[in-house]
Design a protein around this ligand. Sequence first.
Ligand SMILES: Nc1nc2c(ncn2[C@@H]2O[C@H](COP(=O)(O)OP(=O)(O)OP(=O)(O)O)[C@@H](O)[C@H]2O)c(=O)[nH]1
Ligand SMILES: [Mg+2]
Length: 363
Amino acid sequence: MSVDIGIIGLAKSGKTTIFNALTKGKTDVGSSAPHIGIVKVPEPRLKILADIFQPKRVVPAETRYIDIGATTKGLVQDKAISGEFLSYLSNVDALLNVVRAFTDESIPHVEGSLDVERDIATIDLELTFSDLAIIERRLDRIEVSLKGAKPPEHQGLLREQATLMKVKAELEKDVPLRELKLTTDEARTIANYQFLTAKPLLIVVNIGEEQLPKAVSLEAELNSRHSRPKCRIITLCGKLEMELAQLDDTAAEGFRAEFGIKESGLDRTIKLSYELLGLISFFTIVSGEVKAWSIPNGTNAVKAAGKIHSDMERGFIRAEVISYDDLVKCSSLAEARKKGLLRLEGKNYIVQDGDVITFLFNV
Ligand SMILES: Nc1nc2c(ncn2[C@@H]2O[C@H](COP(=O)(O)OP(=O)(O)OP(=O)(O)O)[C@@H](O)[C@H]2O)c(=O)[nH]1
Ligand SMILES: [Mg+2]
């Protein structure tokens, strides 16, 4: 299963531009159908491993970005996100809200003026409305079901009702679900609904080229105001990043230096989404291929094997593991083996970021 990130935002905030930059794509800006693009997760350790192993192929981990092409007008229907967009959004793992900060007389802002804080709040409110609408519908249905329910079912319905009432009260106080501390039981109930305010949120403030010199201080200021759980904020210039994404790496590096941009805005966005989702990387080196894989922090070895192939999960025997740092120090697996740095781990071993793993399995 891939990691999916849904791009949202007000009309003409630069969603498709940033989608193109991230995916190095050439989708027409202005076109509105949902677009799906694959992004390779930047991973400097892959290059070092490739230098050591000289593989035939290097395969980075991937994240999917989905530009659902919705605007506020399309998004809000009876104060709730309409069905078609909601079906895309409820399946993503995180949301990326593009907020316009660039000025351009020829592209009127939907709200008539530029106001980053207002636009962030508008989208937050939309997500909240969407969740509240789902909760209200479900509460109505529970009310009806309770009338005819037998005791065991009755209990379950009452528990669900209590959980939904609790989160509804929080949403009404403008607290997104991602910030709530829930019991395991409550969290399980909530997970079934795939609420939008429960998803980690990355806010991308899309600045104009003329604002680039102030980008760092602007970002620090925004961060101080928006440092909330499971939420990150970043500034980047969508238009410039989209242009740079079409160049080769060396040329792009040169332009970045000219603009005083230290690190690619896209690499930062991808890394932040990764962090926000609590993802880590492990590596495999098999038949001439060095590959990186993404898994949620806390995944055990057998589940990690399943990420590669369901057969490997089913027939899992053992995992032979070495940390990236140890491997780099030894500069070959044979040398690491001699030094006793390769460990044999079982199903329940919790995979660590940077582990290099060989899975042993039955088919
Ligand atoms: N000057 C400037 N223009 C930008 C920037 N980002 C996007 N634009 C322009 O703003 C317009 C809208 O950009 P899109 O990427 O299509 O925005 P969108 O949010 O996908 O728009 P809709 O899908 O129609 O809601 C286009 O003409 C872009 O070229 C930027 O950083 N600077
Ligand atoms: Mg668009």
